[in-house]
Design a protein around this ligand. Structure first.
Ligand code: PPS
Length: 287
């Protein structure tokens, strides 16, 4: 059984999520909550693990206390899986929470309490590549179809959580008006230590160089992939079925080259230029 996409205030989202929209929209953030915010497939799980490790001073054992989706609950899925609203409300502060909502749909209470937001963006071509594979597993989304069909949908913003272009530009525009740390997946990959240091400072933590290096190691793709508490392997099957593919797929920059044809790449780039012409947000060009 596959879900469908419905519109929430103009943004396509899984009907399973739309059903609970009122509860999501009125979610009560608390002062001190930290929100991890991303477009899907942009390095959410990676930054979740990094933030949990920083908050717990690099303590590996504490960070293995529960699967990543329990340590850092996903707001949009709180009615579909544990932790639900009751468990989230029972979590001690400071809570760390996850969302894929675009900036204009973030529950107002996060802004009212000046919560810190960590945003990670990933280049569009790798994001759609990862999302295409992911949507084969995600039961609350429609079947992805062929890659050419999926690419059209992505370019038109007709995928779960809507337009990548609007999402990355939206947070980019808000980043200086709110307490938002804006990171790029590609930077995290190229220079993990420096980017993790940025996150540490943003969270007002002061960890030794040794602990920071340990966090770089523990949050690397190879380590997270074999860590059952970080690799989402126990994620509820009714939502994400990993029988034929695993969540921790490749974790690289430039994997789009294995999927796009030269023609698709050219057409995508032309469309991209149009969509991104009025923003100062620039992704590393050598991808
Ligand atoms: S989700 O479902 O939207 O929350 O997915 P998200 O976690 O944002 O993105 C999943 C992709 O991130 C890759 N990943 C990593 N890359 C590098 N380092 C680490 N540690 C890491 N952990 C997860 C994961 O493999 C997905 O990318 P692809 O390209 O599909 O491999």
């Amino acid at each position: 059984m596959r879900g469908t996409l419905e519109n929430v205030e103009g943004v396509p989202m899984a009907d399973a999520i739309v059903k609970n929209w009122q509860q999501i929209k009125t979610f009560e953030a608390r002062p001190g909550d930290i929100l991890i915010s991303t477009y899907p497939k942009s390095g959410t799980t990676w930054i979740q693990e990094i933030v949990d490790l920083i908050m717990n001073n690099g303590d590996e054992e504490i960070c293995r206390r529960a699967p990543i989706y329990e340590r850092i609950p996903f707001i949009e899925l709180m009615h579909l899986m544990k932790p639900g609203l009751e468990e989230i409300n029972a979590m001690p502060s400071p809570r760390v929470l996850k969302t894929h909502l675009p900036v204009q749909l973030i529950p107002a209470s996060f802004w009212e309490h000046n919560c810190k937001v960590i945003y990670v963006a990933r280049n569009a071509k790798d994001t759609v590549t990862s999302f295409y594979h992911f949507d084969h597993m995600v039961k609350i989304h429609p079947e992805p179809g062929t890659f050419p069909q999926y690419l059209e949908r992505f370019m038109n913003g007709n995928v779960g959580w809507g337009s990548w272009y609007d999402h990355v530009k939206g947070f980019w525009e808000w980043k200086d008006k709110r307490d938002i740390l804006y990171l790029l997946y590609e930077d995290l990959k190229r220079n993990s230590l420096e980017e993790i240091r940025k996150v540490m400072r943003f969270l007002d933590k002061d960890l030794s160089e040794e602990v920071l290096k340990k966090i770089v190691h523990l949050s690397s793709f190879a380590q997270m992939r074999k860590n059952p508490m970080a690799n989402n392997s126990t994620f509820p099957k009714e939502i994400m079925d990993q029988t034929d593919m695993s969540f921790m797929r490749k974790g690289t920059v430039g994997d789009w080259k294995n999927l796009f044809t030269a023609e698709q790449s050219k057409r995508f780039e032309e469309h991209y230029k149009q969509q991104m012409k009025n923003t100062t947000l620039i992704f590393p060009s050598a991808i």
